[in-house]
Design a protein. Structure first.
Length: 105
């Protein structure tokens, strides 16, 4: 196979992956879970404002993502922002009432 054909095939594959192969499925970067994972990474690196921003992005995409509410509750609690913390902990509990970890906070 000559190099130009190989390059074209690789470019086509990359483009198909980037566009989701024309399906209606959202790209990975458009999912709430993706933003929640980014938030966890930012939080672990001590980048709290970026973590909050990513969690807010996640909740704009999926307001019912209990994990994002829980993490915001945890972060706000650590920043002594108790009304916001309680709001997000309550929302996490509404979405997942069996979640003992949230109940303990």
């Amino acid at each position: 196979m000559n190099r130009n054909v190989l390059r074209a095939a690789c470019l086509s594959a990359a483009l198909a992956l980037a566009t989701g192969c024309g399906t209606s499925e959202p790209l990975l970067t458009e999912t709430a879970e993706y933003h929640a994972e980014l938030a966890y990474g930012h939080w672990g690196a001590g980048e709290v404002p970026q973590a909050i921003e990513e969690l807010e992005n996640a909740l704009q995409i999926n307001p019912e993502l209990a994990e994002a509410h829980y993490m915001l509750g945890f972060i706000y609690s650590g920043r002594q922002m108790l009304p916001q913390s309680i709001q997000h902990y309550r929302q996490a509990l509404l979405l997942r009432p069996e979640w003992d970890e949230v109940k303990n906070n």
